[in-house]
Design a binder for this molecule. Structure first.
Ligand SMILES: Cc1cc2nc3c(=O)[nH]c(=O)nc-3n(C[C@H](O)[C@H](O)[C@H](O)COP(=O)(O)OP(=O)(O)OC[C@H]3O[C@@H](n4cnc5c(N)ncnc54)[C@H](O)[C@@H]3O)c2cc1C
Length: 467
């Protein structure tokens, strides 16, 4: 056996400092070209890499042929980029992070003071529109800093910042996903996204001309990438009244989110045991299911205790847990959405922000500032109404809500619960996670028994093992 380190990411200025390096060879395409030939060549991988490095022009021709003529796009996944993206709006960050096959680290709006840096989108181009948006941003920013002065945490004060607020993100992405991103951005109804797409294409094509090609959006792409994103009309509506109901989460300042379970696996506890049985014995799933159904509760419980026995807080659950999927409809604030969408192993479809559906006011907002908060919320809506464009959304604040459909399997739900029910989790997403987990545990009392935040893992496990 031999394992060769074929490449790794090196900070770009370090490479540029070495003038002896052949700049033509500073491309991840060499790795893609070499790996692309593994399946048809008798050469060792090391030799293939050497050959690709010696003739980059030929390597690029080979890539173009294999990726674009033969359609083996997966070889583009061997070329990986690190991208610093700065000065993009909160709205753009949402659009960027829709792309799940990539890694992101974003400036935290919980821990870093934001509020003063913002962007005026191209669509808000007349001086009158620009002024309106600037005024709104100034008032929101003043309120944000007033809240901080009153000891409201930054993670709550940000609910009153509009989507024009800018941030930065570090992205690690391969060429195949990057191509998809560029295409999606080019298809966007937002000028900011289209500009980001063009910039990305320019930056990446310089180092990988042979791997990124399909970036012209079709009508189909344009329709799909604007679907559910932006309402044509931002109708005025009420802000944050408290509503009670089985699916509703509220605080003293009103409703914060609603969470409704749409579908779940019947007999899910049994299915996991049956699949495990099938893996241990030479039997069909049908036969395994019959055997599990015949067990009494105490026997099933014993099987689950065995399964959970040596699990630690950071372990992921066995892969059988992936066969149980739940679909939720969640109506949540922009701030909570920003966190939920970061969980990549789930299916998410979202609707537009819906100002008529109320506003999530954090519980920490002092009572004497609630009128001011409401005035700002109304001003955000009336500013958004000034422009009949998808870019109206830039004037909305992070406390406005949108509806999402979230489909997630039990294995990922465990991971989500460990992070988002933990004491360090932000309150809005934590309340949503609590509600989700309560309902999962009702449906799957055995398989869901160990759900819970990292901080309470030891205690939860002790209880489960004693049962
Ligand atoms: C308290 C808290 C504070 C946070 N603060 C910040 C912050 O300041 N800035 C910020 O950007 N984010 C922050 N996050 C978000 C966090 O970094 C994650 O993006 C988010 O929690 C999603 O979890 P995940 O990345 O573990 O995995 P998911 O996307 O939920 O995926 C589940 C698991 O799949 C595997 N996986 C998925 N994708 C990959 C991949 N590409 N490569 C390898 N393994 C993969 C991993 O095992 C992962 O744990 C914070 C989260 C919490 C809970």
């Amino acid at each position: 056996m031999r394992v060769n380190l074929a490449g790794f990411n090196v900070e770009k200025t370090i490479l540029e400092k070495d003038s002896s390096l052949n700049s033509d060879q500073l491309t991840p395409e060499i790795i893609s070209a070499a790996y692309a030939r593994i399946s048809r060549s008798t050469d060792s991988v090391e030799v293939l890499r050497k050959k690709a490095a010696e003739n980059v022009r030929k390597a690029r021709r080979s890539n173009r042929n294999i990726v674009f003529e033969m359609g083996h796009s997966s070889i583009a996944e061997h070329a990986v980029f690190n991208l610093d993206v700065e000065g993009v709006s909160r709205l753009a960050l949402e659009e960027i992070e829709r792309h799940r096959l990539a890694s992101y680290t974003e400036k935290s709006q919980r821990y870093v003071k934001v509020g003063s840096d913002y962007l005026i989108p191209e669509e808000w181009q007349t001086p009158a529109l620009q002024k309106k948006l600037e005024q709104l941003h100034q008032e929101c920013s003043d309120f944000y800093f007033e809240l901080l002065d009153r000891k409201v945490p930054g993670e709550d004060a940000r609910y009153y910042l509009p989507f024009t607020t800018t941030g930065q993100v570090g992205i690690t992405v391969n060429a195949r996903s990057a191509e998809h991103m560029i295409l999606a951005f080019a298809a966007s109804p937002l000028a900011e996204m289209r500009r980001l797409g063009t910039t990305l294409l320019h930056v990446l094509q310089k180092v990988t001309p042979s791997l990124i090609r399909y970036v012209e959006p079709s009508i189909y792409n344009q329709r799909e990438y604007s679907l559910g994103l932006y309402p044509a009309v931002i109708a005025s509506g009420s802000s944050g009244k408290r509503v009670e109901g089985k699916n509703t989460i509220s605080n003293q300042n009103g409703t914060t989110a609603t969470v409704r379970l749409h579908s779940f696996p019947e007999q899910g506890d049994d299915l996991i045991l049956a699949i495990r049985k099938m893996r241990k014995e030479v039997i069909s799933l049908e036969a395994a299911k019959k055997a599990v159904t015949a067990m009494n509760n105490a026997e099933k419980n014993t099987h689950y205790r065995n399964l959970f026995q040596n699990i630690k807080a950071w372990d992921s659950l066995p892969n059988e847990f992936e066969h149980l999927s739940f679909t939720w409809e969640i109506f949540l604030s922009g701030a909570a959405f920003a966190q939920l969408k970061r969980h990549r192993l789930a299916g998410m479809s979202f609707g537009p922000y819906q100002p008529t559906g109320g506003f999530t006011h954090p519980a920490s907002i002092p009572g004497d500032l609630m009128d001011k908060a409401d005035t700002l919320v109304a001003k955000s809506q009336s500013t958004a109404e000034k422009i009949a464009s998808p870019a109206a959304v830039y004037a909305l604040l992070s406390g406005f809500r949108r509806r999402i459909i979230w489909t997630v399997n039990l294995r990922e739900l465990y991971h989500f619960s460990r992070l988002r029910q933990d004491v360090h989790a932000q309150w809005d997403i934590r309340l949503i996670a609590d509600k989700i987990v309560n309902e999962v545990q009702e449906k799957l009392p055995l398989a869901g028994a160990l759900l819970g935040g990292k901080d309470s893992f030891t205690e939860i496990k002790k209880k489960v093992m004693q049962n």
